[in-house]
Ligand binder design. Structure first.
Ligand SMILES: [Zn+2]
Length: 546
């Protein structure tokens, strides 16, 4: 066995510098801070030739070094095990045997050995209680200082003398999963869908992940259901989705959206995701840039249940407390992966929003994520659960009822422009002229979007009735514009990912302009030019649509 820190590529490089090759050995790695998706650790270990992988929770990452542990505090006790999937769903999420098409009865299925996303090595998660005797029995050089974790002895990299016999029993049979989908039919435009979703499957009890979100979804369904019984109907339909098998490669949502891609492409207004609703008092939201301002407005109208301040003010205060830079937006507009919004943004090319409250939480995916934890540390009064349901419901209702969708493409264009300028600033000469052309294309798109915004403002401020043809034309264009950022062939090496502005990195972190970014990183200038041209065409399409 070899200790390989976070199990990221740079860690194995460092080991090689120390003369240690992981080939044929078992890598012991920790869940790292900042987080990198464990499937990326598995792929990295596999690529480097490791025989197997052990992933453990080090007390420095989410245990006693951070604060009091369960049952006295929110951090992970010595026996907590963070379970979790390791397939490579950053390449294609969903059923590994049906990449890109719906896994329904009768569907064509790959053989497991044909799947690009199933790991070829085994991996097991461990607590630090179980890891300790292994780690204590590693000799070899002491670890570099930044690799030292929180256990009370000096870590060594090995290899050995600790030896591990790794045996995993797998059930590879095909079985059923169950998505539960309900709908409030819209009164005026029933074909148009505002889709909201949350997953239901948990690793153990899942009080935070996902049951806090599921309780918010159920509360919302009950309340909106009551409104319908009282005779109220939203203008457009609201579709409630309770996904199964999110924890296994985002399967429930992915397969459903692959099954209904055409319908969603045509009529899907937005997808609003809540995974964990509440593990603390700090609100966070991510959205495509067209919906950033809209989400800020929502936070200005809902109150924090304890302080009576608006959620917006609470976010501002929290940001100042962390000394975070002013420029960082309160709404995260770089959207990565790791939950059920992925298929909607990256495969269907619909606008997406995600939201939740968080706080100190060291028991993720373990048996301690339970009712005791929630009622003592996470959200003892369940106020943030209720507040999240309010925020979620307001967001859905406004989008379902809006006369004109509040999609701001002027802001979106500004974001895309800044991503391109980030690449320009790297000074990669071979693609500089192409990038400069792209910048001017984006500026033209931004001008068009600005004109449309002004036009909409004028229309709405006139107070007279706007003809339904005009409303329909504007709304159809606003829906189409996000689709215009998609390319049917997808991005190089990951054709499932159709969106040209956003994808995820293999760690689940957001990656902007993925096709261009990856080609530039690899200094593949021919591919970079091709990707810039595809992006240029996408922005032109969006410009024409608006
Ligand atoms: Zn979850």
């Amino acid at each position: 066995m070899v200790y390989a820190h976070g199990g990221n590529p740079e860690d194995y490089d460092r080991l090689l510098e120390m003369g240690i090759d992981i080939k044929g050995k078992i890598a012991l790695v920790r869940y790292s801070e900042p987080y990198s998706y464990r499937g990326f650790k598995a792929l990295t270990a596999q690529r480097r030739g490791a025989a197997g992988l052990l992933i453990y929770s080090d007390p420095r990452d989410d245990g006693y070094v951070r604060g009091d542990v369960f049952p006295n505090g929110p951090w992970g006790p010595e026996s907590h095990i963070q379970r979790g999937g390791i397939p490579f769903d950053f390449i294609v999420p969903g059923d590994p045997l049906t990449p890109g098409w719906a896994s329904i009865p009768g569907a064509t299925r790959l053989k497991p050995e044909e799947s690009e996303t199933l790991p070829k090595i085994m991996a097991v998660p461990l607590s630090h209680k179980e890891t300790r005797p292994l780690l204590e029995n590693l000799a070899g050089p002491a670890v570099p200082p930044e690799w030292q974790g929180g256990l009370p002895f000096t870590y060594h990299v090995g290899p050995g003398p600790a030896k591990v016999h790794l045996k995993v029993e797998m059930d590879n049979s095909v079985g059923s999963i169950w998505n539960v989908v309900g709908k409030i039919k819209g009164g005026e435009e029933p074909d148009k869908w505002v889709v909201i979703g949350n997953h239901r499957d948990a690793w153990v009890y899942g009080a935070v992940d996902p049951s806090s979100g599921t309780s918010a979804l159920l509360g919302l369904a009950q309340n909106l259901g009551q409104l319908v019984k009282d005779g109220y109907r939203p203008k457009r339909s609201i579709v409630f989705c309770n996904w199964d098998a999110e924890e296994n490669t985002l399967t429930g949502s992915t397969e459903w959206a692959e099954q209904y891609t055409d319908k969603l492409k045509k009529d899907g207004v937005v997808y609003i995701n809540v995974d964990s609703a509440a593990s603390g008092p700090y609100f966070g939201a991510a959205a495509v840039p067209s919906l950033g301002d809209f989400m800020l407005q929502i936070t200005q109208e809902v109150l924090d249940p304890y302080t009576g301040k608006t959620i917006y003010e609470a976010m501002e205060q929290h940001r100042q407390g962390r000394n975070q830079k002013e420029e960082t937006g309160l709404i995260e507009t770089r959207v990565g992966s790791g939950s059920d919004h992925t298929v909607f943004l990256n495969f269907v090319c619909m606008p997406v929003i995600g939201m939740g409250f968080d706080g100190p939480y060291g028991v993720c995916h373990s048996q301690y994520d339970d009712f005791f934890w929630m009622s003592h540390f996470g959200d003892p009064q369940f106020c943030y659960h209720a507040t999240l349901a309010t925020l979620w419901g307001m967001t859905a209702l406004r989008l379902a009822n809006a006369q004109i969708f509040p999609f701001n493409f002027e802001a979106y264009a500004g974001e895309i422009g800044s991503y391109v300028k980030e690449i320009v600033s790297q000074g990669e000469k071979p693609v500089s002229p192409d990038l400069n052309l792209l910048v001017s294309r984006i500026e033209s798109f931004q001008k068009t979007a600005q004109e449309l915004n002004r036009h909409i403002e004028r229309l709405l401020s006139q107070g007279t009735k706007i003809s339904s043809e005009i409303l329909q034309a504007i709304n159809a264009a606003l829906i189409q514009t996000e689709r215009d950022f998609g390319f049917p062939g997808g991005i190089p090496k990951r054709p499932w990912f159709k969106h040209l502005i956003y994808a995820c990195k293999f760690t689940y972190d957001p990656e902007v302009l993925p096709g261009v970014t990856e080609a530039v990183e690899e200094k593949d200038w021919a591919r970079a030019k091709e990707q810039i041209s595809l992006l240029d065409k996408a922005v032109s399409r969006a410009d024409r649509t608006l």
